[in-house]
Structure formats: structure tokens, C-alpha cells
Design a protein around this ligand. Structure first.
Ligand code: ZN
Length: 416
């Protein structure tokens, strides 16, 4: 347990120096919050706190990490670095040596410490609340729950939290809400409510709240379900702001309609296309969006990676480029350079679809039975722009291209 280096100006974490906060810092990752959701809710008169905060503080946008998926972006935000550094490039990669598709939910796949772990070692109090439990083990990596200075739990498994594993117990009583359903807006509300309670009583120096995009996958900006969600969010923004903190809100990715006019998902079945072009068995298409919680996206996003022998890379690129709706088909080297990805955890070709299309493997492998609304999803370049909002003015250089993983830099170093 080496303490992080204190440069005098602050703590050095993964190559960036962060000032020690003199008031609590709260960063919220609002899953799937495409620009427009907040604005439509404000226009409808449902988000007065966000309206005030955005006028008095900072209201800008930032670019998320490609693939525009949940885990790569959450891990980027909490480490301050892109996937090339932290190693989490999606939910799945293909291990060439074992010939197995490997899920990257386990904390062992995270290659660098989080900002929380390093701040805790330097004597500060940290708290992490996630909606889904899949993120909690990754985000909580390196925290010491024995000292009373770290808390990390999920809404999904709030009833199972223990002092040894989470730094807190009896979470349902503490938050004052029942255990939420995993597929619900309540899962996110529980995280916000917990955040308010923690800020009030535990008073962390750093806190991170990460929600689920259940609502955003179903409902477009300005719709009733979306406005209801943002009105609920707004009430917690008001409470957090009133408790005295630096508050930064960003998102892991945006969200777009990915369906045809008949309401069916607009899918390019990439494994079928590759089998037709190169022969069955020549390629393996991996969709890194695939996870245990598929109901709301059917494992369909706008990013795919293809594993293939070196002599057939160009044939894969040529075949992909010939398909209407594919906007990017590049080699792994190009993708790693352009999107800052870890070379050992993506395939040989990276493929992205356009705004309203998603990439599948073969039709029979995708289950649409959980899709109760026309598909909305993410993963591509068209979901890269996300909000970046702070409750205080931040001095952001005019020529700086902000990333969502600058959230803690903005909160700790740039906010007044
Ligand atoms: Zn997400």
C-alpha cells in the first residue's frame, strides 16, 4: 500500500496531478445521457435545479471513449485515462491463446489504480455508488474497507452490502428506500438517494455516483419517461448542491435510435456478412457490448471487432466497407492509435456503424424478446458527445478538447 506521490500541487494519479479538495467533490456519470435529455426537461419546466446550476456554473460537452460503452467509459472517468492505459475496452474480448471469449467484469483486468484508491491511501474519504453491481467490483478495486474511510456498493445488491466487502451495512435502512428492480429507473434513483445520505453523514472527500441507462435505452429526449427521469434527477441535484460540494455531471456515452421505420432493430449481421465474404470459420466477430444484462439492448451496439488471420485483414476491411451503414473499418493498429485502445484486448479489425444502425453477429444469436420498445443503443462515434456540467464556474482553456474522463480534473483542478 504505497501512498501516491504528492507533488506539492496535489496527488499524482496515473500521470495527472489532482489537487486535494477543500470541499466534497461529487462526480455523477449519468449513463446514456445524450445531449438533449436535460435541455428538454428544462424546457418543460421539470428541471429548475439543473437550469440554475448550468447557468451559474459550467455547461459544456465532452467526448467519451470509443467504443462508447458503459465500462470503458466508467473506468476512464475513475482513472482519468483512456482504455489503452486502464485496459477495459468493453465487456468482452477474445483470448487467442485459450480460444475463449472472456468477460472483462473482473477487477483483475483493470491495469491502473483508480483516483479513489489513491486518494484513500493519501488519507481521504471516498464513496462509490453504482446502479448495477457489475461495475461495483471494478470501480471499488483497491479500496480498503477496514479503515472506515471507503464505501462502495451497488443499488442492485444494496441488501447484501457488508462492512467487510462494502464498508457499509444495512444500506436499505440507511437510504430509506426499498431494494429496486434491476431493470428500472428506481435503480438509478437509489444511487442518487444514497449519494445525498452519504454526503450528509459520511461526508466523503470524493464521491462517484454511476447510474444505469435503462430509461435512455427506451425513451428519447423530451418523452414522458425521459422527462420523469430527469425531473427525479433534478431533485437530487438540488439536494446535493444544497449540501455544499463541487458537483460535476457527465455521461459514459450518448444514445440514438437504432431501428427501422417499422420499429424493428436496424441490424447489420456482421458475422453473416463475413462468412459470406471470407467463408465460414475464417473470422470471429466480437460485440463488446454483450453483458449479462442484455434485455434493453439485445447485445446490439454500433461497435464490433473482428478476429482474423493477418493475411485476411484487408479482405475483412474491404467486405465491411462494401456494406451500407458501416462508416469505419480499420486495422487494430489504426484503431488503437485513433481511439486509445489496448492492443491485446481488441481484434484485428474495428468496425463502426452509423448513427441509426447496429452491428450483430448472426440473427439467430440475438434475442429481441426483452426489447419492449424500438431499439435505442450506442457504441459508435455518433454517441461520443456527452454533457459536462458543473455547479461552479470552471476555467477551461478555449482550445482544450474535453473528455468525459477529465471529470475529476475539472472538479479538482479547474473549478473555482
Ligand atoms: Zn452506459
Amino acid at each position: 500500500m504505497n501512498s501516491p506521490i504528492d507533488t506539492g500541487a496535489g496527488l499524482l494519479v496515473n500521470g495527472r496531478t489532482y489537487r486535494r479538495p477543500d470541499r466534497p467533490v461529487v462526480v455523477i456519470c449519468l449513463d446514456g445521457s445524450e445531449p438533449g435529455y436535460i435541455e428538454r426537461a428544462i424546457e418543460a419546466g421539470l428541471a429548475p435545479n439543473l437550469d440554475r446550476v448550468m447557468k451559474q456554473g459550467t455547461n459544456t460537452t465532452a467526448l467519451s471513449v470509443v467504443p462508447t460503452f458503459t465500462n470503458p467509459n466508467n473506468l476512464s472517468i475513475v482513472t482519468g485515462r483512456p482504455p489503452a492505459v486502464h485496459g477495459i475496452s468493453g465487456n468482452f474480448f477474445y483470448d487467442r491463446e485459450s480460444g475463449a471469449e472472456v468477460m472483462m467484469n473482473d477487477a483483475k483486468f483493470l491495469r491502473v489504480p483508480t483516483i479513489f484508491a489513491e486518494f484513500q491511501k493519501a488519507g481521504m474519504k471516498v464513496a462509490v455508488v453504482t446502479a448495477k453491481d457489475k461495475l461495483r467490483t471494478l470501480l471499488g478495486k483497491g479500496l480498503d474497507f477496514s479503515s472506515g474511510t471507503a464505501i462502495a456498493f451497488s443499488s442492485e445488491k444494496a441488501d447484501q452490502a457488508t462492512l467487510a466487502e462494502n464498508g457499509i451495512e444495512n444500506v436499505l435502512d440507511f437510504v430509506g428506500l426499498p431494494l429496486p428492480e434491476v431493470y428500472s429507473a428506481d435503480l438509478s434513483e437509489f444511487a442518487f438517494a444514497a449519494g445525498v445520505k452519504l454526503l450528509n453523514s459520511f461526508r466523503p472527500d470524493l464521491m462517484y455516483l454511476s447510474t444505469t441507462d435503462y430509461v435512455q435505452h427506451k425513451a428519447e429526449p423530451g418523452s414522458k419517461a425521459a422527462n420523469d427521469f430527469y425531473a427525479m434527477f433534478d431533485s437530487y441535484i438540488g439536494q446535493l448542491d444544497a449540501l455544499g460540494c463541487t458537483l460535476v455531471v457527465t455521461a459514459d456515452h450518448g444514445m440514438n435510435d437504432k431501428h427501422r421505420s417499422d420499429g424493428q432493430p436496424d441490424v447489420i449481421y456482421l458475422q453473416e456478412a463475413m462468412d459470406a465474404a471470407l467463408g465460414a470459420g475464417a473470422t470471429r466477430v466480437i460485440l463488446p457490448i454483450t453483458d449479462p444484462y442484455v434485455a434493453h439492448h439485445g447485445s446490439l451496439g454500433s461497435f464490433a471487432t473482428v478476429y482474423v488471420d493477418p493475411d485476411k485483414v484487408q479482405a475483412v476491411i474491404d467486405a465491411a466497407k462494401a456494406i451500407d451503414g458501416i462508416t469505419v473499418a480499420i486495422t487494430a493498429d489504426e484503431a488503437c492509435a485513433r481511439f486509445e485502445l489496448p492492443a491485446d484486448r481488441i481484434g484485428d479489425v474495428v468496425i463502426l456503424a452509423d448513427r441509426h444502425k447496429v452491428l450483430g453477429t448472426i440473427a439467430a444469436r440475438h434475442d429481441f424478446s426483452g426489447l419492449t420498445e424500438p431499439l435505442r443503443s450506442h457504441g459508435g462515434l455518433t454517441e461520443q458527445r456527452v454533457p459536462l456540467i458543473a455547479n461552479r464556474p470552471a476555467e477551461i482553456p478555449a482550445d482544450r478538447v474535453l473528455r468525459n474522463f477529465d471529470a475529476f480534473d475539472v472538479a479538482l483542478n479547474l473549478v473555482a
